[in-house]
Design a protein around this ligand. Sequence first.
Ligand code: NAD
Length: 500
Amino acid sequence: MTAVSEASAAVLSDLRPQYGHFIDGDFESSTTTHFPAVNPATGEHLSDLARGGAADIDRAVQAAKAAFVNWRRTLPEERAAMLLRLADAIEADIERLAYLDALDIGRRVTETEIDHRIALGEFRFFAGAALNRTGFNRPIENGIAIARREPLGVIGAIIPWNVPAIMVAHKLAPALAAGNTVVLKPDEHASLSTLALCEHLAQIFPAGVVNVVTGLGEEAGAALTAHVDVRKLAFTGSSEVGRLVAIAAAERLAPVSLELGGKSPNIVFPDIDDIDGVVDNAAFAATYCNGQSCLAGTRLFVHEDVYDDVVGRLVAGVEKIALGSPIDPATGLSCLVSERQGKRVLDYVDIGRKEGAKLLTGGERSVVEGNEYGYFVQPTIFEATNEMRIAQEEIFGPVLSVIRWSNYETMIAQANGVRYGLAAGLYTTNIARALETADRLEVGSVWINKYFNLVDGSPIGGFKDSGYGSENSAETIDLYTHLKSVTLIGQPQAPFYLPR
Ligand code: NAD
């Protein structure tokens, strides 16, 4: 047995055959209905997970509501200390957590380990934010005016499958730092590492502060969005489901934050001097997470002066990417999360062909020995125009549309000419052009000369159909708190006017 297969066998032998929900500090023993967690590369059955419904959500919400009574009174210092302990626990357990995600969602273990590093960095960042974003105060005559940031109560969090570790951190870190309690529903394709994290949460946080209910979106997810005792909804996922969550929140005027889909432009200017560096970024932007990232750079705008050189090198580069098993560290691209997702991506390849886009490379499913069950889709590059469906719709696979440009104004209009507005990349040596373009792009993040340049504490959020309410930054605490104004003076004073 190789070291890699030994590590993954150890992780598998550690898995429970069945998981109940994690409610009030412990795993429930069993429920009557389950759904399977399946390895999307091999088809291997990994575990059975409780299929939550309205009654399970209600138990979790009641546990979170009861825990809130004391948790809201904890000092920011105490919450910060617990968040730091959680980060340390993730760091100590990172290999197991990374393998669990690789086995559960089919992404490369080298990537899923990076996810957990980003996640633990976020827990550490919010330990600091808990101490610093506590409110306002100023002296007034004979007294003081303060504004206290008070937690909202029970937060209902729903997350997708693509980067589970980061999604959990995006929701838990600010919610807990601000003194809220949480009911989290992970995605049905990606619950195992979150359940493993519950083992650490149970050691660090008081019972009921974090609760995890597994299950399907239209069952457990919908029940969580409808629960009257949930004081805020935090959702990451598709724009279609995000809209349903916003409607459910509007029914009872609960605040909601939404991190939704993307179709991000990645723009190459004619003055670039490091063509290989740009090509590496373009390939990475389109294939990281096997293309299943909301932030993926899926529309590459290349200026005509450098088009042939950039696109020629890009095609040659992606053809060298090694498709392989998620748990093999030598793998460059692995499988999509499910057969459904695989078929959806291949359908988009057909759509691209039919609407006249020129297929430059890829477009097929590959077979990886020992992983014949999985949908391994070759990195795929189309020469396209911005109006085509493959350039407008989120595919969520390793499919890139390359678009030639020559006129700056037309290119900017096209870059902004999609329903989404999540992120953008651009490559130029001209700083003035870079800053002007960053200003004009209707997106939440602009990365100049390095794609996915994620920094602890820098906001991640969308414009337009990509959602609202940035995560990952100190200001995110504001979305998880009320600002209560309190003024205090030493003794009664006459009001503005005397009611006589
Ligand atoms: P999805 O919207 O289908 O599912 C996301 C979550 O919502 C899952 O937990 C699912 O169970 C739940 N859900 C489904 N129907 C529901 C309902 N009716 N009520 C309540 N919950 C429901 O998304 P997906 O396919 O799992 O994930 C991919 C999407 O997520 C992509 O669009 C991607 O761009 C987006 N995403 C966005 C970000 C971001 O930060 N903006 C990050 C990651 C993923």
